[in-house]
Design a protein around this ligand. Structure first.
Ligand SMILES: [Zn+2]
Length: 210
């Protein structure tokens, strides 16, 4: 992996971490703590608790149950798209090149997660809803200059880790990462705007009668 690919990969994962940081500021959209941050053999941000992720071969009733919290579910949908949103911004290429159902797509797993979620969700969410959620989220990221701030933090991060392409963070490392990202990237206005956006969006859905 060359340095540019490494930056692209970590930038994608930072896109996921940012949503955890913001969402976890609130009780009503709390997603789960981050358990692992992995770069290299596998690139992933893993949650402690599985609220929405499908498990192959199982009924995945937990997804239907978790989706009854519509606000939190919308934040989780953003979480799935955020990695590819950051990566596509970084590479100046269309989101669909990353968030797709091909082995070559860096967001294949994220795409699949959202696909299964929609299948098991207790409320109906259409393609045009997903597009609107994405656009509103990108608007907020631009409004608060989050792409640039994240890139600056990424440079700092890579310097500290000496461009190491294999990272495996848990516990204290994750705490430090979150604290640093908060001070470099996140501000109170963004946190506030994010929650307002989620609350507005949630009004578009009603739970299916099951
Ligand atoms: Zn991802």
């Amino acid at each position: 992996m060359n340095i540019r690919q490494l930056k692209e990969t970590i930038y994608h994962e930072f896109g996921h971490v940012i949503v955890y940081i913001i969402s976890n500021k609130f009780e009503d959209i709390f997603l789960s703590k981050i358990d692992r941050f992995l770069i290299g053999y596998k690139n992933a941000v893993c949650p402690k608790e599985n609220l929405y992720y499908y498990i192959l071969g199982e009924t995945n009733q937990h997804i239907t149950e978790s989706s009854k919290n519509i606000k939190r579910s919308i934040s989780w949908i953003i979480l799935q798209m955020s990695g590819c949103i950051f990566e596509s911004h970084y590479e100046k290429r269309d989101f669909k090149n990353y968030f797709c159902n091909q082995r070559s797509c860096s967001g294949q797993k994220d795409f699949d997660n959202l696909y299964y979620f929609r299948h098991k969700s207790s409320f109906k969410i259409e393609d045009h809803d997903i597009v609107r959620i994405r656009e509103n989220y990108i608007f907020l990221l631009n409004k608060h200059d989050i792409f640039n701030k994240t890139e600056k933090y990424l440079d700092h991060f890579l310097e500290i880790f000496d461009n190491n392409a294999y990272l495996n963070f848990d516990k204290d490392d994750i705490e430090t990462l979150i604290d640093e990202m908060e001070s470099f990237i996140i501000n109170e206005e963004l946190i506030h705007d994010y929650h307002s956006m989620i609350s507005m969006e949630a009004k578009n859905y009603t739970q299916n009668i099951i």
